[in-house]
Design a protein around this ligand. Structure first.
Ligand code: NAD
Length: 255
């Protein structure tokens, strides 16, 4: 047996980056996977590319009605929802002094309100199902340390606070809730940041060098390296782990 045999797992932001890598990883380990993304077409493409049963859904995680719809669609298709990876997010590399109200609100809507809606909806559903469950939220090293990404860091700190609250509220009905804090993972979001720094190999090397393992190996972390951590935290091997953040950051928080 595999650690996710027949489990129904939903992944938001599943059409790209570490969400898509995690959808592939979980599918390869036996899960039935629901891929949710703002980009419906790419969500369906990823779902179709998986080896096992899968469903792709277009939804905006910051919208309450969309949240209800993606949760209901998972249950309708597969009969239950066992594990959830709340991973959708948008980047934002603006310092506080330069930040606009519009961009602040847009980043908070996806990265914080989206997590609130996903956690509340998943917990309500899992309480109703009465068979426990597990949830992982993607925060960031910017949820744990100061950074020059004002709105992004604020939203991710808030998401981390919600994870701790949800872990306490979920415990009585057997739901574990944890966070992962990635740093410098090779995804389209990271490549966009490279572009802000001028792009090309020089920008990539400069970004690699901000991370101990990245500097040593001249690379970012991979989506698969994130996926293996998410798979562990969502699975029963992590049965006594709840309310924590696990960094997957090549050592950047310790440097
Ligand atoms: P990505 O841009 O490749 O993937 C993010 C996905 O989320 C995209 O497919 C996008 O369409 C989707 N999305 C955006 N807004 C959405 C919305 N409102 N509703 C539904 N889906 C939406 O980026 P990634 O690097 O794989 O990012 C995944 C998560 O990891 C994000 O929460 C991000 O903040 C976080 N993160 C990334 C890094 C990194 O180094 N790449 C580091 C720390 C944290």
């Amino acid at each position: 047996t595999s650690p996710h045999d027949d489990a129904v797992v939903l992944v938001t932001g599943g059409a790209s980056g570490m969400g898509a890598a995690t959808a592939r990883h979980l599918s390869a380990h036996g899960a039935r996977v629901v891929v949710v993304d703002l980009d419906a077409r790419r969500a369906e493409d990823v779902a179709r590319s998986l080896s096992g049963p899968a469903l792709g859904i277009g939804a905006d995680v910051s919208v309450p009605e969309d949240t209800e719809r993606y949760l209901a669609a998972a249950v309708e298709e597969f009969g239950s929802l066992d594990r959830v990876f709340l991973n959708a997010g948008i980047g934002g590399a603006t310092p506080l002094l330069e930040e606009t109200v519009e961009r602040f609100d847009a980043i908070v809507a996806v990265n914080l309100r989206g997590v609130f809606l996903g956690l509340r909806g998943s917990l309500r559903l899992m309480r109703e199902q009465g068979k426990g469950g597990a949830i992982v939220v993607t925060t960031s090293t910017a949820a744990l340390a100061g950074s020059e990404l004002a709105a992004y860091s604020a939203a991710k700190h808030g998401a981390w606070a919600l994870v701790r609250t949800a872990a306490i509220e979920g415990a009585p009905f057997g739901v574990r809730v944890n966070a992962i804090a990635p740093g410098s993972i090779d995804t389209p979001m990271m490549r966009a940041l490279e572009g802000v720094l001028g792009g090309g190999e020089a920008a990539a090397r400069a970004l690699h060098a901000t991370t101990p393992l990245g500097k040593a190996q001249d690379r970012y972390g991979t989506g698969e390296e994130v996926a293996r951590l998410v798979g562990f935290l969502l699975g029963d091997d992590a049965g006594w782990i709840t309310g924590v953040t696990v960094p997957v950051d090549g050592g950047v928080l310790t440097a």
